[in-house]
Design a protein around this ligand. Structure first.
Ligand code: SF4
Length: 118
């Protein structure tokens, strides 16, 4: 699958969260996110941005996270494409590629909580 196809598929996968309220997504990601667990337990993450690219860091941090899609949906709703670092298992560059596709899909949907303005 080429990168453009991957971004399309990823944006489409987020459609399932369109009706999930933002506060519910926040609760899910805060409770179940792999990186949240690391910080909550005071264990220093082994990874740093010093030696790895953001894409490598995303793969390492988020690989086993059970809420990758929820995290990405939440990030798009609350911060858009402009945040730095790794969220939703994607580096900045990849999020910027997916965001306009996600936005277009939501803009073409009936009004719902998961729209761009919620
Ligand atoms: S997807 Fe990555 S950034 Fe998001 S909660 Fe999971 S580990 Fe953290």
């Amino acid at each position: 699958m080429n990168p453009d196809d991957f971004f399309e598929v990823l944006a489409a996968e987020l459609d399932r969260y369109a009706d999930v309220p933002t506060d519910v997504l926040e609760e899910i990601v805060t409770r179940d996110g792999a990186c949240m667990w690391l910080y909550a337990n005071d264990s220093e993450p082994e990874w740093t941005g010093d030696d790895l690219t953001d894409r490598e860091l995303a793969a390492r941090i988020c690989a086993g996270c059970p809420v990758r899609r929820e995290c990405l949906e939440l990030e798009f709703r609350t911060a858009g494409p402009v945040t730095l670092g790794v969220w939703g298992a994607l580096c900045e560059e990849d999020r910027r590629a997916v965001y306009p596709i996600w936005l277009a899909r939501r803009s073409n949907s009936p009004e719902q909580d998961g729209g761009p303005s919620s």
